[in-house]
Design a binder for this molecule. Structure first.
Ligand code: PRP
Ligand code: ZN
Length: 286
């Protein structure tokens, strides 16, 4: 059997869907079988392991998996010998302190002498030391959000993404310890073949990510306004300009950043552009 790159992804939870979507967008088809522990691809030399996110750094350190997709928060907490290859731009969240919704709170001195439940004892300990606060850290492995309600702790430190978990448990966020997003981690020394497959994967990931933030824009412009309109379009190089069948008009094609396009479109219309189309780009190779 040819060598495959072994990747560990979260088996369920916040990162699962986006991790699999990223692989799919990279053109990697996975066999779906009944086996929820691992699968492989028919069209890319990759094997996928589905694991608890908190365990992934250890598996990558031990080379059970060559690479993995996890939150930075897990990497910072676990302090394993793995390297971060690439930030992935999804799974954005923060590690925050939360307390009962009706508790009054002015600053982090509130935590002095309190009991804090968390799955992130290392990061909480570092935070408390920085703030010069002595508090009791109670490490639990899951369902941290119920701890205050059952009298197990006065406060919690947990990941917050939409905030709905806190809300549903009568808690409110009072302090942010760090921001996190999904990252691709790798074993520090991979075999040659694995290294080559990883480079192929990274090339695809970068192309997909670049494309996600960029749109292809097409518009019609009167020729006498072309210079003004072209000046508004940043593009990769200069925009493509093609004559329209109607005399005196041209079609202009370019690439714009998603973040700027509403503003650019207003200006383009103001400059006389018509029939503006904005379409998604699937991959972008630079
Ligand atoms: C985190 C955290 C909360 C939830 C918060 O879990 O422990 O349960 O996400 O998200 P929300 O603000 O959108 O409600 P994670 O995905 O890390 O799963 P795990 O706790 O099972 O590892
Ligand atoms: Zn987790």
């Amino acid at each position: 059997m040819p060598t495959r790159l072994k990747i560990a992804v979260q088996k369920s939870g916040r990162l699962y869907d986006d991790s699999l979507k990223l692989l799919k967008d990279c053109g990697i088809d996975l066999k779906n079988g009944i086996n929820k522990l691992k699968t492989e691809s028919d069209n890319f030399p990759m094997e996928v392991f589905f694991l608890r996110d908190d365990d992934i750094p250890q598996y990558v350190e031990d080379a059970v998996a060559d690479i993995g997709i996890v939150g930075e928060n897990v990497i910072l907490e676990k302090n394993k010998k793995v390297s971060i290859s690439e930030k992935l731009g999804f799974g954005k969240c923060r590690l925050s302190v939360a307390i009962g919704r009706n508790e009054s709170y002015t600053d982090c001195r509130y935590l002095q002498g309190k009991k804090i439940a968390t799955t992130y004892p290392v990061l909480v300990d570092r935070f408390l030391k920085e703030k010069n606060i002595r508090a009791e850290i109670h490490e639990i492995s899951g369902s941290v959000e119920i701890a205050p309600g059952i009298g197990l702790a006065d406060a919690i430190v947990d990941l917050v993404s939409s905030g709905s978990t806190l809300f549903m448990n009568g808690l409110r966020e009072v302090e942010t310890i760090l921001h996190s997003e999904a990252v691709l981690i790798r074993h520090p020394s991979l075999g040659n073949v694995q290294q080559q497959i990883l480079e192929k994967l990274l090339f695809r990931i970068r192309s997909v990510r670049k494309a996600r933030h960029t749109k292809y824009i097409l518009l019609n412009a009167p020729n006498e306004k072309l210079n003004e309109i072209i000046a508004l379009l940043p593009g990769m190089k200069s925009p493509t300009v093609l004559p329209l069948a109607e005399p005196g008009w041209s079609s202009v094609h370019s690439v714009v950043n998603e973040n700027d396009f509403w503003e650019i479109i207003e200006k383009l219309k103001g400059a006389g552009a018509q029939g503006i189309l904005v379409v998604p780009i699937e991959k972008m190779i630079l």
